[in-house]
Design a protein around this ligand. Structure first.
Ligand code: ADP
Ligand code: ADP
Length: 232
């Protein structure tokens, strides 16, 4: 059974822009799906509709868990079932790495002490346990992105949505993060929807690539990827 299901979803914005036309999609538990396509083809719009951050103009979204509140904090708000990672790491600059990752659990009402183990586990996943006391300004772009990922994972979400998360990073950092993300996914088996315009990333990371075309945004291919590359 699908974890998330879009049926004939269309989206027309108030200014008349048709961002999506008739998009249907079933995401299964454990999928690592890439949404691949040129800028403006509706990838972010589709992701926002799945997350409940935007409404479809027509069609339906079947989704067994609730939607997150409409915020851009990257924490998924009080709904712990979905986490969102954005291209720009939206960290609180005045708070330590520990506090940034703790935020979603704090919103959930957990004390710092009660959350400590989960926060440190999440930091360990991304290799930053020794930076818990650092501040965002002391970190590289890649490290900030790791903190954002740790913050997204700390609540153990059912669905991880990533909107071009690595686009702002240099190529080497990006490659390292791709590898780390892949290893984490292989180990923990989350369900991930990963928006990218990189063919490389989509082929390397996902087990399924959904190719979208613009004007108006629609799905043109839905490709199963059977681990084409040997991974170390
Ligand atoms: P992608 O993520 O693939 O780059 P988007 O989903 O961001 O594409 O955008 C799809 C189309 O919808 C684009 O033409 C974009 O300009 C338009 N669009 C996105 N958001 C809005 C908005 N709030 N109002 C009007 N048009 C929008
Ligand atoms: P702020 O209150 O400005 O967010 P911090 O998040 O750095 O500042 O610290 C708030 C409190 O949390 C302080 O008492 C600090 O000692 C404690 N703290 C900071 N980092 C950690 C950590 N890694 N583990 C446990 N407690 C921490």
């Amino acid at each position: 059974p699908a974890l998330v299901s879009l049926k004939n979803v269309s989206k027309t914005f108030a200014n008349g822009t048709v961002a999506l036309r008739d998009m249907s999609l079933d995401i299964s538990r454990g999928d690592f799906v890439s949404l691949l396509g040129p800028s403006g083809c509706g990838k972010s719009t589709a992701l926002r509709i799945i997350a409940g951050l935007g409404d479809a103009s027509s069609g339906s979204l079947a989704w067994p868990v609730r939607s997150p509140v409409d915020d851009k904090s990257g924490t998924g708000g009080p709904n712990q079932d979905i986490s969102f990672v954005f291209q720009e790491p939206t960290l609180m600059p005045w708070a330590s790495v520990f506090s940034n990752v703790y935020l979603p659990l704090r919103l959930k009402g957990l004390s710092r002490t009660a959350a400590r183990e989960d926060v440190m586990d999440a930091l360990q996943m991304v290799g930053l346990e020794s930076s818990a006391g650092s501040y965002p300004r002391e970190l590289s772009g890649g490290m900030k992105m790791r903190v954002s990922i740790a913050r997204a994972l700390v609540t153990k979400p059912k669905l991880l949505l990533m909107d071009e998360p690595f686009a702002a990073l240099d190529e080497i950092t990006r490659f390292k993060l791709n590898n780390d993300l892949l290893h984490l996914w292989e180990k923990f088996g989350w369900t991930v929807i990963f928006v990218t315009h990189s063919v490389f990333e989509s082929v390397y990371l996902s087990n399924r690539i959904i190719v979208m075309a613009a004007r108006p945004g629609r799905v043109v291919q839905d490709i199963a990827v059977d681990a084409p590359y040997p991974r170390e």
